[in-house]
Design a protein around this ligand. Structure first.
Ligand code: 0L1
Ligand code: MG
Length: 270
């Protein structure tokens, strides 16, 4: 499918996801895809989901940590939309057969107690709007081969979103030091990465302020009850069948997920 405008870019991404077929960068095919247009493409694909019965439940930040920015070669954070169909229960295996090249990353997650609207929101004001803080996992799945994308590509692709998991024990933001909150990421019992909350923009509340101020530039705001994923604390790691990935947070508790594929790894399309 030739990509020449926002509508055809949105169709190409929806098709790549449906067919589980990663594609090349949109920005190579259509160099006119700038950041503003990429957010319009993102809105189009989310609009399709909502018209089909899905529901917007929040926002996620992407590329907020040095670990993620270095791996992706992109130095600007992004925002993307979280919809209800992304949510997995904590005990639900991740359905890998629906995905192309799944990776998983631990995140600090906020649930807002009141509306938050930019511009000019400070980290302190952002944190004051947070009701509870949770441990989270994001399962990402780029629709671009080998996660090879420029910023407009990944923005259009809704920040590589696929699934999210939110831990069960919410904590009041006043009951922990978010900058110092540590996470140990392990795969099948082997520690693969560690980080603290300071990894995301110096403090997760800075990431929240960044999100709400960026949304204001596009005429959007966050609402009470919405979930905000503040960005991968560590680099994301591949998620494989029967593999157990755990994130042990100092105060937020431990979260464990398992990948599940009905197809043996060697027979998978990727
Ligand atoms: O939390 C994140 O940094 C997700 C970034 C989304 C882009 C990607 O890593 O594919
Ligand atoms: Mg993420």
């Amino acid at each position: 499918m030739a990509v020449t405008d926002a509508a055809s870019a949105a169709r190409a991404l929806v098709e790549a996801e449906r067919e589980r077929a990663a594609r090349g960068r949109l920005t190579v095919e259509w160099p006119g895809l700038d950041l503003g247009t990429a957010y319009a493409v993102q809105r189009m694909t989310i609009g399709d989901r909502v018209r089909a019965g899905d529901r917007v439940i929040g926002t996620k930040l992407g590329l907020t940590s040095a670990a993620k920015q270095q791996r992706m070669g992109i130095s600007s954070p992004l925002t993307a939309v979280l919809v209800e169909s992304y949510l997995l229960r904590v005990d639900q295996p991740v359905p890998l057969d629906e995905l192309i090249q799944p990776r998983i990353e631990p995140e600090i997650v906020f649930v807002l107690g009141r509306d938050l609207e930019g511009p000019g929101v400070t980290a302190a004001a952002a944190l004051a709007a947070v009701d509870r803080v949770y441990a989270g996992f994001e399962i990402i799945d780029s629709r671009f081969e080998g996660y090879d994308f420029a910023l407009p590509d990944v923005v259009a692709d809704n920040g590589s979103s696929a699934y999210v998991v939110v831990g069960g024990n919410g904590v009041s933001p006043s009951d922990l030091d978010l900058g110092l909150e540590a996470v140990v990421l392990s795969v099948d019992g082997q520690v693969v990465a560690t980080a603290t909350g300071a990894a995301v923009q110096g403090h997760p509340a800075e990431a929240l302020a960044l999100a709400v101020n960026a949304l204001a530039e596009r005429g959007q705001a966050l609402r009470a009850g919405e979930i905000v994923f503040t960005g991968g604390l560590t680099d994301a790691v591949p998620l494989r069948h029967a593999s157990q990935v755990s994130a042990e947070f100092t105060t937020l508790g431990a979260l464990v997920v398992t990948g599940y594929s009905a197809v043996a790894d060697d027979d998978r399309k990727d």
